[in-house]
Write a protein that binds this ligand. Structure first.
Ligand code: NDP
Length: 336
């Protein structure tokens, strides 16, 4: 059983020394347990937080512990009622070939076309987009929604839901290719490259009526450019801050806290952070039904980037935090 364990806590960007590949015997399932073989491992930005022991909403991975992660797995042998060999499940095996489970928290994936999509559009990231936008963003027809990381599993879904609801949708992404995809394939009204020198001006031009809902995925420079564009009564679902995850200190510069607070006050902005399953877990069945229908009808499209081999996961994860992914990044650990 190959496992990627946390070798050291990264300072700044994770490096090739952050994780270590170890090999051990395939575990034997005892009574009330089953053996799972990992087929797909999801790579997600939150994993950077688990590598750190800074205060967070979830406990860090211990040094020497297997890195955590959502997985699609096949049941090899089962001593758990209701599961049998060959079943596909959505599980939390982490970065390893095999894991034991008692069935708690597992979801059976009966006969779905693309099992790995349960890690993206039909799972946690899709749910994050839907719940954050609908519950906190509360978009109304004709309003303008802005979203960064616009071609990733969360951002792409936020924007496409916005279009279904009749909003103007402005994406923000890294590079011309991603921006073209957001407009041509996903149907966004505009998408602006945050790496461009005149990014803030171009964003302003793309939002002639200001921004009513800013779905925050990245923070940093993008938020600086958005804040002056927010309209009175704007809503900001604060979902993630991926531009800050590798930061080791606050940026240099004048203290802008007063300016930020003043904008929030004068424009009566609602900004609310959320942790998807803590806050909205009870809505999952509603999401699953709705999204299944949108995906089947082609109203919501999904782009996935599959990378082969557990050993590729560390580098693929480092790249994810820098925007090297184009679509949802998953690692294929083993074929069914
Ligand atoms: P993505 O697949 O979109 O990957 C992250 C993307 O962030 C990169 O591809 C890159 O896209 C962009 N990015 C990286 N650095 C910067 C930067 N400095 N400035 C601007 N953009 C940058 O990730 P997900 O869709 O899986 O997740 C999106 C966000 O949602 C993350 O912040 C994540 O932590 C958060 N999240 C929060 C949850 C919650 O419960 N609150 C649950 C799930 C996700 P590009 O090249 O286009 O810039």
């Amino acid at each position: 059983n190959r496992q990627l364990v946390l070798a050291e806590r990264p300072k700044g960007e994770p490096t090739e020394d952050t994780l270590r590949l170890e090999t051990s015997a395939v575990p034997e399932p005892g009574e009330g347990q089953m053996l799972l073989r990992t087929l797909y491992l999801s790579l997600d930005p939150y994993m950077r937080g688990r590598m750190s022991d800074a205060p967070s909403y979830a406990a860090p991975v211990e040094i020497g512990g297997v890195m955590v992660g959502g997985t699609v797995a096949e049941v090899v042998t089962s001593n758990v009622e209701g599961f049998e060999g060959g079943d596909l499940v959505l599980s939390f095996n982490g970065w390893q070939d095999y894991a034991l489970s008692d069935g708690q928290g597992l979801q059976k994936l009966g006969g779905i076309d693309h099992p790995s999509w349960a890690l993206g559009i039909l799972g946690m990231p899709g749910f994050t987009a839907w719940a954050g936008l609908m519950e906190i963003g509360q978009p109304k027809k004709g309003e303008t929604i802005a979203v960064a990381a616009a071609t990733g599993p969360v951002g792409a879904t936020v924007g496409q839901i916005g279009k279904i609801l009749g909003c103007r949708v402005v994406g923000i992404a890294g590079g011309a290719e991603k921006c073209a995809y957001a407009v041509d394939e996903l149907g966004f009204d505009a998408c602006i490259d945050h790496k461009a020198d005149d990014f803030a001006d171009r964003l302003k031009d793309a939002c002639p009526d200001g921004v009513d809902v800013y779905f925050e995925n990245v923070g940093g420079r993008v938020f600086d450019a958005i804040l002056p564009l927010l309209n009175a009564n704007a809503r900001v679902p604060l979902c993630g801050l991926v531009s800050q995850y590798n930061a080791t200190a606050l940026p240099e510069g004048p203290d802008r806290m007063g300016w930020l607070m003043g904008q929030i006050l004068r424009k009566k902005i609602t900004m609310r952070g959320f942790i998807i399953f803590d806050d909205f877990g009870h809505l999952y069945p509603d999401f699953a039904k709705q999204m299944q229908q949108w995906v089947e009808s082609g109203q919501v499209k999904y782009r996935e980037e599959v990378i082969d081999g557990l050993e590729s996961a560390p580098e693929a994860f480092i790249g994810l935090l820098k925007g090297e992914n184009f679509g949802k990044r998953v690692i294929r650990i083993s074929d069914k």
